[in-house]
Design a protein around this ligand. Sequence first.
Ligand code: OVM
Length: 399
Amino acid sequence: MTVAQTVPALEDDPFGTEVLTDPYPFHSRLREAGPVVHLPRYDLMAMGRYAEVKASLTDWATFVSSRGAGLPDFAKEKPWRPPSLLLEADPPDHTVVRTAMNGVIAPRAVRAMRARFAPVAEDLADALVARGRFDAVTDLAEVYPLQVFPDAVGLPAEGRENLLPYGALAFNAFGPRNQLLTDALAAAAPVQQWILARCERDELAPGGLGAEIWAAADRGEITHEQAPLLVRSLLTAGLDTTVYGLGNSVYALACHPDQWAALHADPKLAKFAFDETLRWESPVQTFFRTSSLDAVVAGTPIPKDSKVLLFLGSANRDPRHWGEDAGSFDIRRSAAGHVGFGMGIHQCVGQPIARLESELVLGALARRAVRLELDGDPVPKLNNTLKGWASIPVRVTPA
Ligand code: OVM
């Protein structure tokens, strides 16, 4: 393999307002610049092409997670909170807790959720379609996950308004200390306290995912010290991600009337519409890894101890992998292999729950509405990691 003499560089700020608002022109320049690109602004190596992003996500030994999945290197800086035992860990430690979590979010548990989640989706879709006009974010994407997921975890009713601000903080904290993170941290102390307290055993209702994590500790699969941090993972990664994923799905469908028509004609396509959304407008746009040794990626040397920024959202639109129409939204294409849930040992553990929620909500809406269209300008919601919307005004035509 030949080693490149010089690494291409791009001056852009991937965490600046311009790129966060519309990342796609930057993604295109990033992929064109080369398989590995230097970002001098943060002195980072970055990858935006599918092949290298996927290979790096899969090579957990070279590109480790234990030094953080964000910009701060935990080997040099104290993390803003005790590291996640899942996201911010490597084998063999990671393997133990991931195996226990796979047991908690097992197919049987997800089947039981379906029975409880489905009528809530039906009722919400009834109400929204009866209204005719609604906001796909504030009336739908932020409503449904909060109606079903905290109950599935077993959280008390009191204080649930802390969940979305905590998620916003956690996902902003993967980026630099810009205004977004500073603002999120300013309001965070009571939110963090509430989250931390909810992770304790006697806070969590019997039968819920939280209680099941504690039961796994009783069985010796994990320690009792690990249990609250794993509950914290559910509360960090389980809400904002699905909120953005649902909002982005409705946005994508509203922008493509032919795609809504296809979904209405065959509501069983809902799950494919969701996967295509995760590919086309990935809620989680970026994650970092850290090189544990001198590595070479596509001929480019990456020195040991480098932070590496992986553009999942760019890999998901790379024409080298998806073809020339990579940028088009098509719910009948095969979006399989997208890295919107990650790839490899860290691939989203909660994805069956996210898939369940989206299938139920999009399916319920699709059966009731012949048309779903934008009814005003969507308002972007900026976050250092998440791509999505603060508001998506839509109108629907009942079937
Ligand atoms: C965690 C976690 C896992 C995935 C994503 C994430 C904030 C957090 O284990 O806390 O984003």
